[in-house]
Design a protein around this ligand. Structure first.
Ligand code: M6R
Length: 602
């Protein structure tokens, strides 16, 4: 997480820096800061909270330096505070940093014995001190950058400003994304190429180990061995996609309402028979699929596993990227493909697993919203989610798009493997999804009254079986991340093995129980919950809701649809429920506390 930005121009850069941070705020919003070099002095301005707080500070007598670095923080080491805000400064050196210095404790102790004094609790502050000491000992800034890379353990991207090199931003990438760019107005660095739209014309994505020097009229890149490197140049968009809430109270609500359009776009792109022709994987011969992701994207993988089994007769392992990256490698034989789901395409754990799969020579497919992201660029094949920019930290339309793209891929794999009838039935259901989502959105008023039952809850429970079990997990995640109510999802059959002890009259329970193969099983579990005083909301079609009306106090209605399609449609009322609970509790829905949109640290 954390957003890095830097600019060197022929005019004061403070406004450019703040605009850059504004565009990168999705990466963290605990505090923001800039440093510019003005008359040979490093001038630092910081503010706790969102970039707007920094903008207000700068508007009253902003710095005039024509070179500067900037940072928006997602706190890892040390609370959000001014003294922990980046940039961090040591004599003659300022640094912005994304990532983690894992050996910072040892480095800090060693630096302290050499007389260095620290003003923050961050891991970052050792970096300016190391560079400062190298320069003081006679090294040029470029040499000092090389030396620190030999001492830092962890993954990171840094931008550095030195008094010694007053016209150059030094930068290095080791694991965390970083882009160097240039245009008529000067040179830049940024964590995300999208932040440079309209400012720079051309950009290069630094590769791991790359070190860059960015001046007003040139960018020079050296690889990890110190040799000049020529990286592919990409054009930067001319205009930044300015996003507005389009009349909705929050981006999250707008994004929930965009889902019929997203579903139609995914259908248009992936329904044609040649939609997956670019993927040179022989799906007929596959022995196994690995599905890897984090958070909501992981839950989308759990749904996809069920579809792969039912529609394509193919077993899949679903892996949490944060665990799989450190899991023992078991030599495999046979044909395997690893599919990575990520809205951002920058999730550090997911990318580590991508590297792992590549090193095992497994074919990789990225299913990703940001095609210019690391996953979009580095997977063997990339399938766009077509969700459009998702601003709300809580994933809604991107989660839906993940389900839909995977559903279309599974139908394709199923057909290739000879399961034509199952694939066709699945496709017919998928074709009707945009209409079903639109119908579900019309129930918003009823969902608002269900939300009232959750307002004062300390804890909430979501239960389901089969293909809907991942949606119980997703419903609970959505609720906790934006309303801050503790919520857990359980496989309904597991309740009596422990979790049912949580149930009493204060616990709202959402039971995902539409008509279908497992309805009677879930219905029995619902009655067990009712017998213990649980306040039940049934999510289901009208028939299911009616048959549980004696035990359920409220309902979330979805259209009657095939079991395979239910996980897609069920996502909608769960999103709206969380949204309205969060709004009523006064949370910052689009920027909930402690979270960030792109999780670039492990
Ligand atoms: O960008 P990714 O899809 O890789 O992100 C994975 C998770 O961080 C993400 O899904 C997270 O759980 C969302 N905030 C859920 O709403």
């Amino acid at each position: 997480m954390c957003g890095i930005f830097g600019a060197v121009a022929a005019k004061p850069v403070a406004d450019l820096l703040v605009e850059g941070l504004n565009r990168l705020e999705y990466r963290g919003y605990d505090s923001a800061g800039i440093v510019t070099l003005e008359d040979g002095e490093l001038k630092r301005v910081c503010a706790v909270g969102k970039v707007d707080a920094l903008r207000r500070r700068i508007s009253t007598g902003g710095p005039l330096g024509q070179i500067g670095i900037a940072h928006t923080r997602w706190a890892t080491h040390g609370a959000p505070s001014e003294h922990n805000s980046h940039p961090h400064i040591a004599p003659g050196v300022a640094v912005v940093h994304n990532g983690i210095v894992e050996n910072h404790t040892e480095l800090r102790s060693a630096l302290k014995t050499q007389g260095c004094t620290f003003t923050s609790e961050t891991d970052t502050e050792v970096i300016p001190w190391m560079i400062s000491r190298s320069i003081a000992a006679g090294a040029a800034p470029a040499r000092a950058m090389q030396e620190i890379s030999e001492r830092i353990e962890g993954s990171y991207a840094i931008g550095v400003l030195t008094q010694q090199d007053p016209d150059v931003i030094h930068a290095r990438r080791a694991g965390s994304p970083l882009v160097a760019a240039f245009g008529d107005s000067g040179g830049f660095i940024a964590s995300d190429v999208a932040a440079l739209a309209g400012m720079a014309k051309e950009a290069v994505f630094l590769e791991d180990g790359d070190r860059a020097e960015i001046a007003r009229d040139r960018v020079t890149i050296h690889d990890s061995t110190g040799r000049i490197a020529h990286r592919r140049i990409v054009r930067v968009d001319e205009s930044f996609e300015t996003l507005d809430r389009g009349g909705f109270a929050h981006f999250m609500l707008k994004e929930i309402n965009e889902q019929p359009t997203v579903a139609a776009a995914v259908g248009a792109r992936y329904a044609p028979s040649d939609a997956f022709d670019e993927i040179m994987v022989d799906f007929r011969r596959l022995d196994r699929v690995k599905l890897i992701a984090c958070g909501s994207s992981y839950y989308a993988c759990l749904v996809a596993r069920r579809w792969l089994a039912e529609v394509a007769g193919l077993e899949a392992d679903v892996e949490l990227a944060s665990e799989y990256r450190y899991a023992p490698v078991i030599a495999h034989t046979g044909n395997e493909v690893a599919i990575f789901l990520s809205q951002s395409g920058e999730t550090a754990d997911t990318l580590a697993c991508l590297d792992k799969a590549k090193s095992l020579r497994i074919a990789t497919i990225g299913v990703v919203n940001q095609m210019m992201s690391t996953l979009g660029r580095e997977a063997d094949y990339a399938l766009p989610l077509l969700a459009g920019t998702e601003v709300g930290v809580a994933s809604t339309k991107a989660f839906l798009a993940q389900l839909l793209v995977m559903a279309r891929l599974v139908a394709h794999i199923g057909a290739m493997r000879g399961h034509r009838a199952a694939a066709e039935r699945f496709r017919e259901g998928l074709d009707r999804v945009p209409g079903w989502i639109a119908a579900t959105l019309h129930n918003e008023a009823a969902i608002i009254s269900v939300a009232e039952h959750f307002l004062h809850a300390k804890s909430a429970v979501f239960v389901a079986r089969g293909g809907l079990y991942p949606l119980a997990l997703e419903g609970a995640l959505k609720l906790k991340e934006i309303s801050y109510i503790h919520a857990e999802g359980f496989a309904a059959g597991e309740l009596k093995h422990g979790p049912i002890a949580l149930i009493d009259h204060t616990t709202p329970v959402v039971a995902l129980a539409p008509s279908g193969e497992l309805f009677s099983k879930v219905a029995s579990n619902v009655r067990e919950i009712a017998a213990r005083g649980g306040r039940i909301t049934v999510l289901g079609d009208r028939r299911a809701i009616l048959s549980l009306s004696d035990v359920a106090s409220t309902a979330l209605t979805i259209p009657s649809c095939d079991d395979l399609i239910q996980p897609i449609v069920a996502a909608i009322p769960l999103q709206l429920l969380s949204y309205h609970v969060a709004v009523a509790r006064g949370s910052d829905v689009d920027r909930p506390r402690n979270l960030a949109k792109s999780v670039t640290v492990e």
